[in-house]
Design a protein around this ligand. Structure first.
Ligand SMILES: *[C@@H]1O[C@H](CO)[C@@H](O)[C@H](O)[C@H]1NC(C)=O
Ligand SMILES: *[C@@H]1O[C@H](CO)[C@@H](O)[C@H](O)[C@H]1NC(C)=O
Ligand SMILES: *[C@@H]1O[C@H](CO)[C@@H](O)[C@H](O)[C@H]1NC(C)=O
Ligand SMILES: *[C@@H]1O[C@H](CO)[C@@H](O)[C@H](O)[C@H]1NC(C)=O
Ligand SMILES: *[C@@H]1O[C@H](CO)[C@@H](O)[C@H](O)[C@H]1NC(C)=O
Ligand SMILES: *[C@@H]1O[C@H](CO)[C@@H](O)[C@H](O)[C@H]1NC(C)=O
Ligand SMILES: *[C@@H]1O[C@H](CO)[C@@H](O)[C@H](O)[C@H]1NC(C)=O
Ligand SMILES: *[C@@H]1O[C@H](CO)[C@@H](O)[C@H](O)[C@H]1NC(C)=O
Ligand SMILES: *[C@@H]1O[C@H](CO)[C@@H](O)[C@H](O)[C@H]1NC(C)=O
Ligand SMILES: *[C@@H]1O[C@H](CO)[C@@H](O)[C@H](O)[C@H]1NC(C)=O
Length: 497
C-alpha cells in the first residue's frame, strides 16, 4: 500500500517512513532530469520572448530568475542569499546577510515585495527579523541553522498576555526568525529546513543553566496574512511556530519534528490570540503538544483579552508521547472559540485531543468540533482537564473560572486506546453541552469505566462504543431522547487505568 501511494499528502507519513528512503531517490532522479529539460525549454522560450520584447530591465529580471535556478519566482524581485554575502558552510555566521537581504526587501514594498532564496547549504545564523511583503524560499537541501549560544539571542519583553517570560520572570529570548507588525509574509520552499539546533537549549534548560525563557523557532506577532508551506521546521529550542495576536495565518504541508522525549516544550504550532487560521496537510511529531491553541495566562491574559477564534485544523498526522496531539490551553484566558479539527490521525501518543484549564484562567472554550479523528495506539483519547494549576505568579484570581461549553466529538475511531474519554469537570468548572456522535474506539483491555466523566452535561447520539458515562443523555440516531441523565455531577474518573 505504501509503495503505491502516489499522493504527497501527509496521511501516509507514518506508514511510509521506512519506504521513503527506498523509492524517493530513483523517483527524484528521473523526475529531476525531466524537470531540468522542462526548465531549460521554458527559459529558452522566455529568453527569446524577453529579447524580442526588449527592455534592459526585463533582461535583468530574467537573469536573476535564471541565476536562481530551481527557485520559482513568487515576487517581482528575487534575491539569492549569497548576493548579500551569505556563506552556506555551516560555520560562517549569516546574520548580517539575512539582515541586509531583509533591508533590501523592505524597500520593495510598493513594488510587491521581494523574495529571498536560500540555496542548498547550511546557513548558520543568530536571530533575525522578517519584513512585510517578503517570501523566504528554502531550496531543497537548504537548512537555516540557529546558533545555539544564547549570547547571540536578543532579549524581548514578556508577551503582554503572559506578563512573564513563561519559564522565568522578566524578559525572554526572541525567536530565531521573528517579525512584528507585518503583513503578507510567506515562508515556503522545496522542503528546505529551519533547524533550531535545540539540543543545547534543552540540556541547559534541564540543568537549570538558563536565566530566561527559551525562544521559539519562528514567532510572528501583531501581523496578518502569514503563509507557511512546503518546509520542515525542526529541533526548536522552545515552541516551534508561534503566531501571536495575528490574523489570517495559514500553515500548509509543513513537517515539524523534534525528539519525542527530552525535547521539553517543543510544541509544534501555538496559535495564540489569533483569528482566522488554517493548519492543514501537516505532519507533526514533537516533544510536547503538536498543536496548542492559546490566548494568554491568568490575570495577564484576562486583561489582554484577545481570543483565539475561527481556527480550522485538518488533514494532520500528529504524534506526541509527552503531551497531546491537539490541545486547547492551558493558557486560554482570552478565550478560545470556533475551532474545527477534522481528519486528524493521532498515533503512538500519550493523549490525542485535550482541553486544559484551571480556576484563575477566566475566559472560555466554546464552539469546538472534532470530526473524523482516528487514534492509533494512544493512552488517553479525549481529555478535558479543569485543574491544570500552573500559574504565572500569586496574583491570579481563583474566582476567575473559565467556562467550557458546546464541545462536539463526531466520528471518533481508533484502536489500541487505554482510556478513550476522560472529561474531568468540577463543581466550579462544569463542562456543558458536550455531544458525542458516531464513535467506536477499540480499547486495549476490558476494564470498566474507560469512558470517564465528572461534572459533564451533554448527550450521546446514536451508537457510541465503549459505553458512554451515565452523565450524558442518550438520544437515538433520529434525535429522539431515550434516557435523560440523572447523574451529571457524579465522578467516574480514575487516573490509574
Ligand atoms: C546563488 O548565488 C551563488 C553565488 O553567487 C551561486 O553559486 C548559486 O548558484 C546561486 N544559487 C542559485 C540557486 O541561483
Ligand atoms: C527585531 O524586531 C524586534 C521587535 O520589533 C526589535 O526589538 C529588534 O530591535 C529588531 N532587531 C533588528 C536587528 O532589527
Ligand atoms: C508538499 O511539500 C513538498 C515539499 O516539502 C512537495 O514536494 C509536495 O509537492 C507538497 N505537496 C503539496 C500537495 O503541495
Ligand atoms: C521533508 O523533509 C522532512 C525532513 O527531512 C522529511 O521527513 C519529509 O518526509 C520531507 N517531506 C517531503 C514531502 O518530502
Ligand atoms: C545566569 O545568572 C547567573 C547569576 O547572575 C550568572 O552567573 C550566569 O552566567 C547567567 N547565565 C546565563 C546563561 O546567562
Ligand atoms: C489571507 O492571507 C493570504 C496570504 O497568506 C492572502 O492571499 C489572502 O488574501 C488573505 N485573506 C484575507 C481575507 O485578507
Ligand atoms: C508546494 O510545493 C508544490 C511542489 O513544488 C507546489 O506545487 C505547491 O504549489 C506548493 N504549495 C504551496 C502551498 O506552497
Ligand atoms: C468559524 O470559523 C470558520 C473557519 O474555520 C469560519 O469560516 C466561520 O465563519 C466561523 N464562524 C463564525 C460564526 O465566526
Ligand atoms: C477521515 O480521516 C482519515 C485520516 O485519518 C482520512 O483518510 C479519511 O479520508 C477521512 N474521511 C473523510 C470522510 O474525510
Ligand atoms: C451539578 O453541578 C452544577 C455545577 O457545578 C450545579 O449547578 C448543579 O446544581 C448540580 N446538579 C445537581 C443535581 O447537583
Amino acid at each position: 500500500m505504501a509503495e503505491t501511494a502516489t499522493t504527497s499528502s501527509c496521511w501516509r507519513a507514518p506508514l511510509n517512513l521506512h519506504h521513503h528512503g527506498r523509492w524517493i531517490p530513483t523517483f527524484i532522479t528521473t523526475h529531476k532530469t525531466l524537470l531540468a529539460a522542462l526548465w531549460i525549454a521554458f527559459f529558452f522560450t522566455v529568453f527569446l520572448w524577453q529579447q524580442r520584447s526588449d527592455a534592459a530591465a526585463g533582461f535583468l529580471v530574467f537573469r536573476r530568475a535564471f541565476s536562481s535556478g530551481a527557485f520559482p519566482k513568487l515576487r517581482p524581485v528575487a534575491f539569492n542569499l549569497t548576493d548579500f554575502g551569505g556563506v552556506g558552510d555551516g560555520i560562517t555566521m549569516n546574520t548580517a546577510a539575512f539582515e541586509r537581504a531583509v533591508m533590501a526587501i523592505s524597500k520593495l514594498r510598493k513594488k510587491g515585495g521581494g523574495q529571498l532564496n536560500v540555496p542548498p547549504g547550511y546557513w548558520l545564523t543568530a536571530p533575525f527579523n522578517l519584513t512585510s511583503h517578503m517570501t523566504l524560499f528554502l531550496a531543497e537541501g537548504a537548512e537555516i541553522l540557529g546558533i545555539n549560544d544564547e549570547k547571540y539571542w536578543p532579549l524581548l519583553p514578556p508577551l503582554p498576555s503572559y506578563g512573564y517570560g513563561r519559564e522565568h520572570p522578566g524578559p525572554r529570548y526572541g525567536s530565531l526568525i521573528h517579525g512584528q507588525n507585518l503583513k503578507d509574509v510567506v515562508i515556503t520552499g522545496h522542503n528546505g529546513t529551519i533547524n533550531g539546533q535545540g539540543q543545547t537549549w534543552w540540556k541547559k534548560y534541564r540543568q537549570k543553566l538558563l536565566n530566561h525563557t527559551r525562544g521559539p523557532l519562528v514567532q510572528i506577532m501583531y501581523s496578518s496574512d502569514i503563509f507557511v508551506s512546503n518546509i520542515t521546521l525542526r529541533d526548536s529550542p522552545f515552541w516551534t511556530f508561534h503566531p501571536y495576536d495575528c490574523k489570517n495565518v495559514t500553515v500548509k504541508n509543513v513537517t515539524i519534528l523534534a525528539p519525542i522525549f527530552e525535547a521539553p516544550n517543543t510544541d509544534g504550532i501555538d496559535p495564540d490570540s489569533c483569528v482566522d487560521m488554517v493548519i492543514e496537510d501537516c505532519y507533526i511529531s514533537v516533544g510536547d503538544d503538536a498543536i496548542a491553541i492559546k490566548s494568554g495566562w491568568d490575570q495577564y491574559g484576562i486583561a489582554y483579552g484577545r481570543p483565539s477564534k475561527n481556527i480550522l485544523i485538518r488533514n494532520l498526522v500528529v504524534r506526541s508521547m509527552v503531551s497531546a496531539g491537539i490541545s486547547i490551553g492551558s493558557e486560554m484566558s482570552g478565550g478560545v472559540s470556533n475551532v474545527t479539527v477534522e481528519n486528524l490521525f493521532v498515533w503512538n501518543s500519550r493523549r490525542a485531543v485535550r482541553i486544559k484549564t484551571a480556576p484563575g484562567r477566566g475566559g472560555y472554550v466554546r464552539h469546538i468540533t472534532y470530526q473524523n479523528v482516528t487514534f492509533e495506539n494512544v493512552r488517553v483519547g479525549i481529555v478535558i482537564k479543569t485543574d491544570y494549576n500552573e500559574h504565572p505568579d500569586g496574583g491570579f484570581d481563583p474566582k476567575a473560572v473559565p467556562s467550557l461549553h458546546d464541545i462536539n466529538y463526531i466520528s471518533i475511531h481508533g484502536e489500541g486506546v487505554r482510556v478513550p474519554v476522560r472529561i474531568h469537570g468540577s463543581e466550579e468548572i462544569p463542562v456543558r453541552e458536550v455531544t458525542f456522535r458516531d464513535m467506536s474506539v477499540g480499547i486495549v483491555n476490558k476494564k470498566k469505566h474507560v469512558f470517564q466523566c465528572a461534572f459533564v452535561e451533554g448527550r450521546v447520539i446514536g451508537t457510541v462504543f465503549p459505553a458512554p458515562c451515565e452523565n450524558l443523555d442518550l438520544y437515538d440516531e433520529q434525535g429522539h431522547l431515550i434516557r435523560r441523565s440523572t447523574s451529571q455531577n457524579v465522578s467516574d474518573i480514575d487516573y490509574d487505568i
